[in-house]
Design a protein around this ligand. Sequence first.
Ligand SMILES: [Zn+2]
Length: 409
Amino acid sequence: MGIKQPWHITKVSHDDQNARVDLYVAHDKGLRFPCPICNEFCSVYDHAPEREFRHLNVFNYQTFIHVRIPRVNCPRDGVQQIEHGLAESNGTVTYEFERMLIDLEQECSIGSVSRLLNVDWHLCQRIQERAVHRGKEAKGMQLPKHIGVDEKSFARGHKYETLIYDAEQGTVEGVVDKRDQKSLETYFERFSFKMRERVETISMDMWDPYIAATKALIPDAAKKIVFDRYHVTRIVTQAVDKVRKQEHRILMEQEIDVLKGTKYLWLWNEENIPDFRREEFEQLRSLDLNVCRARAIKDNLRNLWNYKSIGWIERFFNRWYFWATHSRLKPIISAAKTLKSHIDNILTYAKHKVTNAVGESINCKIEKMKRLACGFRNRNHYRTAILFHCGGLQLYPKRKDISMQILPA
Ligand SMILES: [Zn+2]
């Protein structure tokens, strides 16, 4: 049952109707316990009123431990309750039960855990919050050397959170409200100038508020910001989608519906087009469509990351830019101009070789978590869940061992 010295079971009762077991435990006699404040061993003065802790199930019976925790009368600190080693202070579940809840909450939503184990929803939520708090305390204040910044929508209706992650460890380090300049500044401001100076790269979206915040607070930011491949490609991919929409509208006016249901054929990389749609794609490609040209321009940009040196990347980009801006496709022209205006920090790629593999895998994890949870009751819960699932934190409670002294017989 995991019940260790000085505790022993004095009574067991079970209730078949409610599938419940109650264990009553008491401490061995003839022991002295340390005062929780000064650690001086004192003899037992009296016992606090009975408390009940939820413990691991016995078969499918919910199990509760009942205990009266001894109090000592310390000459210095007065009457104090001892460290009992059964649960976190103020906890209502044993260490073992809390660990199990943490394990389950990593696999299921809080709602499911609450239903499966018949534990109050709010308690499950509180345990998650406590686990994150504990993990953050243990980790301390650290600003990663290689940072990734991304936005994440919280709910429909354009509510966002800003995520700051460690691009090497793949852990989310901070989640702050909204995605404006203040959001990211709030995060950076937690760290000293010295710590901020040590940052080597920050990869992010071409999002002006983030750029401004980074320039304001990270020394030498201009050399450290990297617009990574994922974010660069996304801008051109969105432009391809706009071209498709416009062209589809014009074609439909002439009652031509060849572009109907083809959205993803233009967005997927060629190797990701499923086999059963390949023929359809080849056929579309043989038509003289704008979206086809837009896609070719997007595909060609992938070659940029094959070059190693700044000189070659720049030369490639200039050729690509000329092609894109002469395409007579407005969305593509405007995407190309956006890239051009940020070219300095796209070129930093050559120096830092930052990829966005980590950012994408965090993104996947969060999407999975959102699906499991079927939404969050508020932003705080959402933030806690992100750190719980993606923070790489040490979440388990640490058992405070109980020390004791045997009184001479
Ligand atoms: Zn004391």
